[in-house]
Design a protein around this ligand. Structure first.
Ligand SMILES: [Zn+2]
Length: 346
């Protein structure tokens, strides 16, 4: 019943978006007029832990499944957009060192885009998941004006992902590494407290955005410091990983320790956006991740704090907007579909 409400059949040719994750693929269909035919998550197991062959087969099954659900003949599909977690090249070749999701040796240097294209016999357009989410946020926010606008998106999760969109298109870079906003080093003045150690990122950089504005940054850097300032806090009795995950609940209740940690994160993102303002001068700054799912008063406070610490010139203040990234669980598949539509629309 739910399915009938949430699924439409196409009136014209379509593209399909496939979002590949550690446990599930999520699929969607976008028609030539820019309408999504699916209003909710449609998932199947991604089987990435079983290696490339199983994973590519699962992606092909996700394609078949979403076409069946929307009564879309395969002949109407012009292209497929695919996104996966990085790091990967701009053409969808997984890093030669593998990654969290693609740890098996058979994944190292694997061309997942090319393999899916060969399997399904349709053009496949690739982006990493953060870039796909950034692209979706951009198109959703600007609608018909998307191809004339620019934006920057920061998505706070285990790490800090993001994307830079210029004239409606994601900037990929020569090696596919543009928009790795988490590893941009920021000025720490006004972010860290007196005597607080300079945070170190898993990538090896000191004082980059991800070392502060990510769950990993909370666990490794921020919470250990702030617990020395609030030694009686109930989270001091929890294992650090669990304490880090519980912190948002405390933030929603305006707990001083939690607000100190999230305040540092917001100031770090403000510093990043200040760099963006002087680099691409975007029309919109998007913020996504766990914070978007937090209580409305808390996420508004977080967004306001980011905005207060983004130093814009007067002309930029008049031209730019700050917004939360919507529909985050569907943003990858939808962004991948938007990229495919752009590619075939020329
Ligand atoms: Zn880093």
């Amino acid at each position: 019943m739910d399915q009938i409400d949430a699924v439409r059949t196409p009136a014209s040719w379509v593209v399909v978006g496939l979002d590949n994750g550690g446990t599930c693929n999520n699929a969607t269909v976008l028609d030539a007029t820019g309408q999504f035919l699916v209003d909710r998550l449609v998932e199947n197991p991604s089987r990435v832990q079983d290696g490339p062959e199983s994973a590519v087969e699962s992606l092909a099954e996700a394609l078949t499944g979403i076409l069946t659900m929307t009564s879309t003949p395969l002949s109407l599909v012009r292209a497929v957009g695919l996104d996966t977690p990085g790091p990967a090249s701009a053409d969808g070749v997984i890093s030669s060192k593998g990654s969290t999701n693609f740890s098996q040796v058979s994944w190292h240097g694997f061309d997942i885009r090319g393999a899916l294209e060969a399997r399904i016999g349709l053009p496949v357009i690739y982006h990493n998941d953060a870039n796909a989410a950034a692209l979706y946020a951009h198109h959703r926010h600007f609608g018909a004006d998307a191809m004339n606008r620019s934006s920057v998106a920061a998505i706070v999760g285990t790490g800090l992902g993001g994307g830079v969109v210029e004239a409606g298109k994601v900037i990929s870079g020569a090696a596919g590494m543009a928009g790795e906003l988490g590893h941009v080093q920021i000025p720490l003045h006004g972010v860290l407290e007196e005597g607080q150690d300079v945070p170190v990122c898993n990538c090896g950089f000191e004082g980059d955005v991800e070392s502060i504005a990510s769950l990993t940054g909370i666990t490794k850097n921020l919470l250990p410091y702030w617990l020395t300032r609030f030694p009686e806090h109930p989270l001091a009795a929890e294992p650090i990983g669990r304490a880090a995950k519980l912190l948002r609940g405390y933030g929603e209740k305006e707990d001083p320790l939690a607000l100190a940690v999230f305040g540092q994160q917001a100031r770090a993102i403000g510093k990043l956006f200040t760099i963006a303002a002087n680099f691409t001068d975007p029309a919109a700054y998007f913020l996504g991740g766990g914070v978007v799912e937090a209580a409305p008063h808390f996420r508004q406070w977080f967004l306001n704090t980011v905005r207060e610490h983004t130093q814009l010139r007067r002309e930029q203040q008049a031209a730019a907007t700050f917004a939360l990234v919507p529909d985050l669980d569907m943003a990858g598949a939808r962004g991948a579909a938007v990229a495919a539509l752009e590619a075939v629309s020329g």
